[in-house]
Design a protein around this ligand. Structure first.
Ligand SMILES: C[S@@+](CC[C@H](N)C(=O)[O-])C[C@H]1O[C@@H](n2cnc3c(N)ncnc32)[C@H](O)[C@@H]1O
Ligand SMILES: Nc1nc2[nH]cc(C(=O)O)c2c(=O)[nH]1
Ligand code: SF4
Ligand SMILES: [Mg+2]
Length: 258
């Protein structure tokens, strides 16, 4: 069932559109990104996003949001059907635009799961999050008219205005175990990353170590990663940040449900 296009709008509109959460897919895979790469995990992908990165590898949750509204019970049931998994990854789209994500995380916590939330860091929610996997969006993610996958740059200004919310980002870093996972297109992204990490360090009481900062090569296919991976690995060594692969892309390319 298609989700109305208003799922990309602010949480209240999104939540008014149906019961529960708009779900694009639930699947069992290996965590492909970050410090838990390789861990068997159930992925719950909500639909709808407040940003529009030109490179978004989940086009049907952002540029053309689709999915079905599902209640939390039915999501939990499907998660539990993957009996081998102790880890759940809540992702999207932007899962934290939806207030109901809090209830889902509370239920996952009660059931004893480790929950990672993949988020762009622009919306804070008080919830049992075991790992906040925050991917703040850099200027190089902005959908300029030349890079817009759908229109002619209609989202450029809104994306640019909303991609960093320092209050939400620093509160998340203060309250949760965090990794900051930047999508790197090339070396021109690094000054912005070092500057943002400095600003987060100044705004928080928490220690953000260099190895909590992860550089991830941009690319949704193996072929695209062939063009970014080596350079990003070299940049991680040069700056002393951590490199993260995109293990799922290396293993399964861009196959659905991986
Ligand atoms: C689809 S997003 C969903 C969660 C949240 N909206 C966010 O951006 O963090 C999941 C992860 O994929 C990353 N990502 C999306 N498109 C990518 C691409 N083309 N190359 C590398 N990483 C990408 C995001 O930065 C994020 O870390
Ligand atoms: N295997 C696998 N690992 C992932 N880690 C983060 C993902 C995401 O889309 O948020 C993702 C994904 O889509 N697949
Ligand atoms: S913030 Fe995440 S889901 Fe939204 S467009 Fe960017 S990568 Fe896609
Ligand atoms: Mg993904």
């Amino acid at each position: 069932m298609p989700v109305a296009s208003d799922v990309g709008e602010p949480a209240t509109d999104a939540d008014a559109a149906g019961e529960g959460l708009p779900i694009n897919e639930v699947f069992y895979s290996l965590q492909g990104e970050g410090t838990l790469a390789g861990v068997p995990s159930v992925f719950v992908r909500t639909s709808g996003c407040n940003l529009r990165c030109w490179f978004c590898d989940s086009y049907h949750t952002s540029w053309e949001p689709t999915g079905a509204w599902r209640d939390v019970d039915s999501i939990i049931e499907e998660v539990q059907s993957h009996e081998q998994a102790n880890h759940v990854v809540l992702t999207g789209g932007e899962p934290l635009i939806h207030e109901e994500s809090v209830e889902l995380l509370e239920r996952l916590d009660e059931e004893g799961y480790h929950a990672t939330v993949e988020t762009n860091g622009t919306i804070y929610r008080d919830a049992p999050i075991d790992l906040a996997s925050i991917s703040p969006k850099l200027a190089s993610s902005t959908p300029t008219p030349e890079r817009d996958p759908k229109g002619e740059g209609e989202w450029e200004e809104k994306h640019e205005q909303n991609r960093i919310d320092m209050d939400a980002l620093s509160q998340m870093v203060d309250d949760y175990e965090t990794q900051l996972k930047f999508v790197v297109t090339d070396e021109s992204d690094l000054p912005e990353i070092t500057d943002l990490v400095d600003r987060v360090r100044k705004a928080t009481a928490t220690t953000v170590a260099d190895d909590d900062v992860l550089l991830m090569p941009e690319g949704m296919t193996r072929e695209q990663l062939d063009g970014t991976r080596s350079e990003v690995a070299e940049l991680a060594m040069e700056y002393g940040y951590r490199y993260t692969p995109r293990l799922h892309v290396d293993l399964w390319n861009d196959a659905p449900g991986t």
